[in-house]
Design a binder for this molecule. Structure first.
Ligand SMILES: NC(=O)c1ccc[n+]([C@@H]2O[C@H](COP(=O)([O-])OP(=O)(O)OC[C@H]3O[C@@H](n4cnc5c(N)ncnc54)[C@H](O)[C@@H]3O)[C@@H](O)[C@H]2O)c1
Length: 400
């Protein structure tokens, strides 16, 4: 392994510019050297945050630049296929933010382009590196609850009004819907823990709170400086300066049957006061549930006997502290560590482009179902040649 830093290009320096800052570690394996964002304010901020970075307006001046070893694509969801495929075709390894894209067809275009060009593709599903997720998966793998039969996830998106109804997230043309936009994380985790992919999906949903809020910005008017506050903007009716167009749902309920028979449910609400995720995984010999999902959280396991509710579970596992205080419970630095290792050495990774595609496919079909009175939908499988290519670690051909 070389000790030289990887030279990273970056596309997009908005909120997720945080990940570019995490990846910028001069002398420690990677540094951001070239960055594109059409927004002059974003470029100015990047130049301050990332000393030595060269900034440009047009992403085409980054994707094929021979001075970079890889590119991080941190732009809005509906741009992913176009930008990632340009980089893949130029032979530049890609880190692509989740969700992979906003349609099944666009996802498959990305995977096919990676397959045909042989250029490494890594999808940034950081939740696979979150301590609470890894703990739950380890408990399942140790057999503490027997064979998994059901997974139910409740997602309380307390900052939904700030994060998702004030910019591009609020419009179908940029996201398909928030069910896909946000749930791509949890559908991926749910598939990972359950050991299967969704085959059939059915959903209900509605725009219940933000749709009736008349306090919208005029088209083209930028977000206000106080668009996000940790403690303010409560209750949701006090929200102001929302996106001019809001045509996505703010609550959704999804039921799924996986290809290994597991039954799963996912529920998302953008107007709760609290922001966290609650998972329960039920096996044929026990049940686990997380209480909190960040520092100080625990995962409880009940598996010794039947009873009424017992707060004192049979086992209580503390969620390990993050090794690093970086974003998403310490997941982001680990995500970048894995990506840098993947670019240098190749091989398998905990995140998976195939799983990323299957999470989007389930989210897209669920969104179709909820906009069609809850009629069930089948989730299309991925082309087996593509699945095999990624499953063997993106190496060109199977050995005979
Ligand atoms: N993994 C996570 O936990 C997580 C968290 C937040 C966002 N995301 C994902 O990260 C991506 C970016 O989200 P965000 O919240 O930072 O959005 P954002 O709107 O805050 O920032 C996007 C930036 O991309 C720029 N951009 C648009 N088109 C571009 C182009 N062609 N070339 C270069 N730059 C371009 C915009 O000017 C903007 O500065 C999205 O896909 C989002 O879903 C992931």
């Amino acid at each position: 392994m070389t000790t030289t830093d990887l030279a990273l290009g970056v596309l997009g320096y908005g909120l997720r510019g945080s990940l570019a800052r995490t990846a910028h570690r001069p002398g420690n394996g990677a540094r951001v050297t070239l960055l594109a964002d059409p927004d002059p304010a974003a470029r100015e901020k990047a130049a301050t945050d990332l000393p030595g970075v060269r900034t440009v307006a047009d992403h085409r001046n980054v994707v094929a630049d021979r001075s970079i070893d890889a590119v991080l694509v941190l732009t809005p969801d509906h741009t992913h296929a176009e930008l990632a495929c340009q980089a893949l075709r130029a032979g530049t390894p890609v880190f692509l933010e989740k969700p992979l894209e906003i349609t099944v067809e666009a996802c498959d275009t990305i995977l096919r382009t990676a397959y045909e060009t042989g250029t490494p593709l890594y999808v940034g599903h950081n939740m696979r590196h979150m301590p609470v997720v890894r703990l739950m998966r380890d408990i399942v793998a140790r057999g503490e609850i027997g064979a998994v039969k059901a997974v139910w996830v409740r997602h309380f998106v307390g900052y939904g009004g700030d994060w998702y109804f004030k910019d591009w997230h609020a419009e179908r043309r940029h996201t398909t819907g928030l069910l896909l936009q946000k749930a791509a994380h949890d559908l991926d985790v749910l598939h990972w823990i359950a050991g299967g992919y969704t085959r059939t999906v059915q959903a209900l949903g509605d725009l219940m709170v933000y749709g009736g809020n008349p306090h919208r910005r005029a088209p083209g008017e930028p977000k206000t400086a106080d668009w996000y506050t940790r403690d303010g903007h409560w209750p949701p009716s006090t929200q102001r300066d929302l996106n001019p167009v809001i045509d996505v749902e703010d609550v959704s309920l999804v039921n799924m049957r996986l290809d290994n028979g597991v039954l799963a449910a996912y529920q998302q609400c953008h107007f709760t006061p609290d922001y966290w995720r609650n998972y329960t995984v039920i096996g044929d010999a026990g049940r686990l549930e997380n209480f909190g999902d960040g520092p100080g959280a625990v995962v409880k396991v009940w598996n010794s006997r039947r009873s009424g509710y017992r707060a004192d579970a049979d086992a209580e596992h503390a969620v390990p502290d993050a090794q690093d205080e970086g974003g998403h419970g310490g997941a982001d630095p680990l995500l970048i560590d894995e990506f840098v290792r993947f670019v240098r050495d190749g091989g398998r990774t905990d995140t998976s482009p195939v799983a990323a595609r299957m999470a989007v496919a389930a989210g897209v079909r669920a969104t179709e179902s909820l906009r069609d009175g809850g009629r069930p939908r089948d989730v299309p499988p991925l082309d087996p040649d593509l699945a095999a290519y990624f499953d063997r670690g993106q190496t060109a051909r199977t050995r005979n």
